[in-house]
Design a protein around this ligand. Sequence first.
Ligand code: NFS
Ligand code: SF4
Length: 658
Amino acid sequence: MEEKKKIEKEKKEAPIRDLTTCEATAQMLEKARRDGVETQFDRALNMKACPIGADSACCKHCAMGPCRLNANDPYGKVGVCGANIDTIQSRNFARMVAAGTACHNDHGMAMLNIFRDVVNGEIKDYAIKDVAKLESVATSIGIAIEGRTTKEIALDLYDALEKTYTQVEGEIPFAKRVPAKTLELWRKHNIVPRGAMREIMEMMSRTHMGVDQDYNNIMKQISRTALVDGWGGSMVATEIGDIMFGTPSPVTIEVNMGVLKEDQVNIIVHGHEPNLFESMLMSVKEPTLVKAAKEAGAKGINLVGMCCSGLEVLSRHGVPHAGNFSSTEPILVTGAVDAMAVDIQCIQQGLVKVAECYGTPLFTTNPRCKIEGATHLELHEHNPQECTDGIVIKAITRFKNRKFPVQIPKNVNFGVHGFSHEYINYMLGGSFRGSYTPLNDNIINGRIRGVAGVVGCTNPRVKQDWVHVELVKELIKNDILVVQTGCSQIALAKAGLTTPEAAHLAGPGLKEVCETVGMPPVLGLGACVDNSRVLIACAEMVKTGGLGDSIADLPVAGCAPEYMSEKAIAIGQYFVASGVYTVFGVTFPITKGTKFEKLLFEGLETQGFGKWGFAVDPHDIARLMIAHIDKKRKALGLDKGRERVLMDMQDRRAIDAA
Ligand code: NFS
Ligand code: SF4
């Protein structure tokens, strides 16, 4: 008993600076402890991760089990049905990919439904904002645009993209954007996705007890399912979002908890579908509501974002962003949040209790995501402001009756965000000759060693933001250009690395490129579904030439160093299947020393795909990624050029002069 108490005490007193490097979050965690409020950080300390689950060595797919195998002797035992460790863990992995893919596709399909009703005139609150983008997306999948009205093109685009979800046979529409050699490999392995519903259904069916029990065969369906995320649902979500709400271009914007304003009505939108946020943007400008806020004694209404929908409007409209996933509970501890509106994904149930402690009304708005104890105020696309106006009114009331002392961390960081792949094209090539040629050239001549995508969640099992920031610093120091999405992008923004001035932290080659173009060494592309922008950028690099024939040839690598969600696993797998080496941190759901592990970490690459990597320490991760980029440079015959850049500046000037 004494021992138990001692452990409890130690746990509660884990130094806050060990939990996060986000200064604002740390301050709020300290306050939360004083206030006796619990967050994910406390729960993580008190919940030891199940070691059998962590190794993916258990199965509960039927009632003859659940069965658990011994990760220290993985082939020493099988399940009651005879399933071995490779079957069990590949099925577990498959279901994570299916769930993550389902989330992105569910989101993408919801966006596409809105698009359909906007085009046929049933939804009047949203519109087609970016006709140029509509035309370029249509053209990319073979829809004629010459001499046709916007509505005609849009209707055709809707019909085509619906297939991403519903098609029974054939290849998804955006397969047309995949570099020929990459697509050829997919066809050879019969993994070009048909439609998301079909792939996810087949994945769930094949992982039922007594169906697919060959991990190699399961792996194929894992890849096909993941690919209908990256080149399917996620890509549709991004493209339709751009068409309706505008394609991002760089904006300078504030992030961190200091964007909350003590003398204003603070409203946070947290979640993933941009339509809630777009409607909220209209509501906070509604003259009657602004007036009501002023009458309540506020200077105005302050709307800020968190997590991925926050990133979408940060990129598209320059709306301030208050923090990433692990900060969603701590920000309520400020006492300054007058309402939080959430839709779907990464909404922790723990928010309810924290919101309650500080009298913050918490609203769920989507029929697919209600939370016990939160107020449900549903957003109907045909009249979205009914919901968002209602939330603003409740927020004003809460402001007027604020009972809790307000303590807002002062931290605010400025940075540049909103680098769509279209803008990268323009930025490097100029408006007349927009192209990826300058990027490829700088990779070929070695100023830029390669490109890394650093993305994904934060996870209280590791120190918040630390792995992201240390990893990215190490990469840019080594002349690797970093592109970012999701919660990772906010970690780097808070660390001040999304500014052009951060170029001084880059190696000499990357620094020179950044200074010439005036860009940061770290480019924020948006939300997690916007990882599809990274895929398109990779396809463009292949198309531009000089860096091989397939995505697998490119000197690029990806990483989600603090991931936690099944969506992240799906993203990792679609990058791997597309040809990218992808390293994950925190933990990897696999039993070491098994055939399935070997397939993920080596075999897939031998087959011509990318492969998985794993390391926890940011410097170890950086080493793995850099070694891979150098391996690809060598295969392309680019190692010589780069050595010269590093060893002899004079030499390089001579090359440039030539
Ligand atoms: Ni991505 Fe966005 Fe963040 Fe992770 Fe969650 S918010 S979809 S899953 S935690 S990066
Ligand atoms: Fe056990 Fe096989 Fe049932 Fe899984 S499917 S719980 S391994 S008996």
